[in-house]
Design a protein around this ligand. Structure first.
Ligand SMILES: [Mg+2]
Length: 101
């Protein structure tokens, strides 16, 4: 099974909550959609970016999504004592059960 391991930091300059991280994830998903759609002119925009600029923007916004998801995981661990490592194992097992692996 091929894997992509992501290791992102706990942000120390913020005091995130479940609600603030959910809002931020939504914001970052919107920015990712903008990079994939608007920056490539998919809705007829004339001021398109170069392919390299678009890919950089997509990767940057995708990592913003991953960072905010990571922040929410820290919040959930702190609030509910959930062990995300165990949850990730359950997640992979769920994928296996569904036949995706
Ligand atoms: Mg962003």
């Amino acid at each position: 099974m091929e894997r992509k391991t992501i290791s992102l930091p706990r942000l120390s300059g913020l005091t995130p909550t479940m609600e603030s991280t959910m809002l931020k994830i939504t914001e970052e998903v919107g920015e990712l959609a903008q990079a994939i759609g608007k920056f490539r002119g998919l809705s007829g925009e004339r001021d398109r970016k170069s392919d390299e600029e678009v890919v950089r923007a997509i990767v940057s916004e995708l990592l913003d999504v991953a960072q905010t998801a990571t922040s929410m995981m820290f919040v959930i661990e702190d609030m509910y004592g959930i062990d995300m490592s165990e949850e990730m194992d359950r997640h992979v097992e769920k994928l296996r059960q569904k036949g995706y692996l």
